[in-house]
Design a protein around this ligand. Structure first.
Ligand code: ZN
Length: 76
């Protein structure tokens, strides 16, 4: 008797077939989201921040630090 077990994607809570290539995620997209959470999370920050809103603010701050102004100066 073959029992069909199902997992739930930790990102979007969709049911994931256990024979899916992306287990435990429902899709490559959700896997990437999860990886991104780890990559942009506490690993880069010395002290853990538990407030998700603060983490989002940090991500935005990091995105704004791209040195686009510097390349402009080089052109001038
Ligand atoms: Zn998902």
């Amino acid at each position: 008797m073959s029992e069909t077990k199902t997992l739930r994607c930790p990102i979007c809570r969709k049911v994931v077939p256990t024979d899916s290539a992306e287990v435990p995620f429902c899709s490559e997209r959700c896997r990437t989201i999860d990886l991104g959470k780890w990559a942009s999370g506490d690993y880069k920050i010395s002290s853990p921040i538990l407030d998700p809103d603060l983490l989002e603010d940090l991500e935005h701050a990091q995105q704004q630090q791209h040195p686009t102004d510097e390349t402009k100066e080089w052109k001038n």
